[in-house]
Design a protein around this ligand. Sequence first.
Ligand SMILES: Cc1cc2nc3c(=O)[nH]c(=O)nc-3n(C[C@H](O)[C@H](O)[C@H](O)COP(=O)(O)OP(=O)(O)OC[C@H]3O[C@@H](n4cnc5c(N)ncnc54)[C@H](O)[C@@H]3O)c2cc1C
Length: 388
Amino acid sequence: MSYTFNTQATCQEYFGKSHDLVRRSVKEFVEQEILPYIDDWEEAGEFPRELYLKAAEVGILGTGYPEAYGGIPGDIFFRVVVTEELMRSGSGGLAAGIGSLNIALPPILSLGTDAQKERFIKPVLAGEKIAALAITEPGGGSDVASIGTTAVREGDHYRVNGSKTFITSGHRADQITCAVRTGKTGAHGISLLVIESDTPGYSVSAKLKKTGWWASDTAQIFLDDCLVPAENLIGEENQGFYGIMENFQGERLAMAIMANMTSQMAYEACLEYAREREALNRKLQGFQVIRHKLVDMATRLEASREFTYRIAAKIDSGHNQVKEISMAKNFACEVSDKITYDAVQIFGGYGYMRGYLVERLFRDNRILSIGGGTTEIMKEIIGSFLFK
Ligand SMILES: Cc1cc2nc3c(=O)[nH]c(=O)nc-3n(C[C@H](O)[C@H](O)[C@H](O)COP(=O)(O)OP(=O)(O)OC[C@H]3O[C@@H](n4cnc5c(N)ncnc54)[C@H](O)[C@@H]3O)c2cc1C
């Protein structure tokens, strides 16, 4: 499989010299530590645990977090750069697995106490522990307000019962940021608890086999009479729903970036293929229908990426972008759905063969319009702003 694509041109409006330096270092990391092995890791259904330690060493895990917990603070575009370059591994699963801390830690960072941050953020940024976010339950993921996993206060502990599913890094996570019901039904009875995987009663399923994202381990987690210290409660009791909703904004931005990078890589692969592949004694790029497909890819991608960057910049400057980030996620996924479909078409039979990048991009792409809130849920959110 060939991964020798041009580095994405950086846009000066959003990225400066220090972003370029970070991009270069993550690019090197991907070329040296990931690309030689990624095909094997995809087949194995996971990447080595030591990769977290190596990623921590070069600052990939700590990007965007406070120095006090081992992070490297910076604006939102540093995290964008890291996500984009990890996607250059050609494996959405790798990017999702390495990146699961970025959906698990933000609620602890924004709502947790200093002691909680010290205990639950520091070792994760150091690559010593793996963190996952556990919201979705077998009974449903879209309706977050109906979460059924219960946490009943008993003295200085919560007794937790229930299960979570489709959890990224769930098979080997050392800690999960877990949504539990501590109060009445609905959104106002939900809290966030950090549950450690060595808690008696905590168990995991076998790794779930998926359409794509093979290199990320995904699991169901069972919580049977787990006694979790009350000091692991993040933020106020019964106020967890707001933390979950805030957290979704970062996840949706990451999904939009991943979709745009999927589009970028599929487009680049097609451009290269159309230059080389011949049919009827002509290069594919000699056919107008192929050229128009590539032109449409480039146009859609450009619009999607610029829109996503603009929203990221607004989030970074403190504007509420709940409606816009939902639009950006949907738009980027619509674009990557179309581009990955057309990319397989341009590659013909080879596009359907394992070992070809576009085949993996096509599979990996499918989750992006489901995870972090489905297309339909994004539309419900956007609609709630339009039809007030
Ligand atoms: C590979 C993978 C990794 C994941 N990682 C994580 C993770 O790390 N942590 C985590 O907590 N979850 C994770 N998820 C779960 C993911 O967030 C959910 O799958 C997603 O939120 C949808 O929930 P669901 O699958 O239960 O579908 P459902 O909620 O059952 O929805 C089924 C269908 O009904 C539609 N629907 C539901 N409600 C409405 C409505 N009100 N209006 C219109 N349509 C509606 C949905 O759009 C969808 O098309 C992951 C999922 C996958 C596949």
